[in-house]
Design a protein around this ligand. Sequence first.
Ligand SMILES: NC(=O)c1ccc[n+]([C@@H]2O[C@H](COP(=O)([O-])OP(=O)(O)OC[C@H]3O[C@@H](n4cnc5c(N)ncnc54)[C@H](OP(=O)(O)O)[C@@H]3O)[C@@H](O)[C@H]2O)c1
Length: 434
Amino acid sequence: MVEIPVRVGILGCGNVGSELVKLLTRDAELIFSQTGERFSITRVAVKSKNRERPSWVDRSLLTDDADAVVSGDDVDIVVELMGGISPTRELIEKALVNGKSVVTANKALLAAVGAELAQLARSVDRDIFFEAAVAGGIPLIRSLRVSLAGERVRRVAGIVNGTTNFILSAMSESGLSYEDALALATEAGYAEADPSADVEGEDARAKAAILATVAFGRLVRFEDVYREGITHITAADIDFAKRHDYVIKLLALCEVSDKESASSDRIAVRVHPALVPADHPLALVRDSFNAVFVTGEAVGELMFYGRGAGGLPTASAVLGDLIDAAHNLRYGVTERQLDREVAMIVPMNEMSSRFYIAVDVVDQPGVLAAVAQVFGANLVSIRSMEQIGMDTEARLVFITHTAPEDSVKRTLDELRGLDSVRRVAGFIRVFDPS
Ligand SMILES: NC(=O)c1ccc[n+]([C@@H]2O[C@H](COP(=O)([O-])OP(=O)(O)OC[C@H]3O[C@@H](n4cnc5c(N)ncnc54)[C@H](OP(=O)(O)O)[C@@H]3O)[C@@H](O)[C@H]2O)c1
């Protein structure tokens, strides 16, 4: 192997960028001995050059001119670790047009314009890699893209947001309310000052779009992914789940629509909380960890588990991409990524599952019959029912048999219209592991 260093320009030197600089400098010999690649960091763009940096960052490499990184003749590969959509998109486009391959960890950008960037990369014979954009340090994208390239993947079901998993774990294990668990997550540094992208499921939605595209080879866009967050999950929901051997998790679920035929073109992609059977491996994923369960026709069931975020784990995934991008540049090849034909998406109201439904009613004779009548009229069959008494009110908690979304939504609307129903207090889908 010829020892010509690959010149790396990095956009951003924050949590991930600074850890990447550490790996590339500290482990340079190890990387060379294992991969035959040498890397030389030539420029690192930051917003503020005066900000304090970790001791291993060579300040002479810092610039506040991001444009110089994507245009410079001394950069072969641009690693984008600054986040955001603009000017990040324009910078990546410029890097590609200038003949540089790109590595990014930016799921929001990819979910929005990943296909366009991938098309541009292809048109200029360069790569855009993004392993770290989904599930941080877990080598998931490469496994789907390379190891499982010939596999008929039927389902990808995962916990891909560490913040919400931390919150739900704290609610389940310490009996905290949603608000107290969120405060704990903020204190522990897992939740941002504005946690909405995490708790409303937007972050998981972007990751689900990327995962589905890679797993099924069809372009799934951000707006194709149905989304619900965890803000409505209550301690009572968690308590019911526990007593009935379930754990509530925020799941990203990507499936071929007809599980009997993996060749089906229609893809169902959604993010929502779900009751996961307590003995399923996903139920055992605690704290801020991520895990993704992949089901393939030939390979069967696989589980990928690890740190879904954090500077160092994420930098590890970025480093793997950097090595791939360097190899490809050296051998003059590229890999096809997100530029795929657009997927046919199954509308949410056509999907079916079992449901947990909690209804607060006035405690008087005949109410249960009236409520059950609404379920029956909409052909939603009840699998089990529990009554939790209160003084003048009672809570009726139902688990349904598998039923279509639109029937269940109609049922809820009609229940809300009954005089004896105070409110629908809980509504969560039940994950079907089969
Ligand atoms: N952190 C994680 O655990 C994690 C996990 C997976 C993926 N990611 C993704 O990785 C990316 C980076 O995340 P991070 O946590 O490292 O972010 P961060 O700590 O906020 O760092 C962002 C860096 O970008 C620089 N920057 C921002 N705007 C800039 C501009 N216009 N020009 C030049 N530099 C600019 C900042 O400069 P200053 O330092 O001067 O402010 C900072 O160094 C994001 O896309 C994120 O979604 C992060």
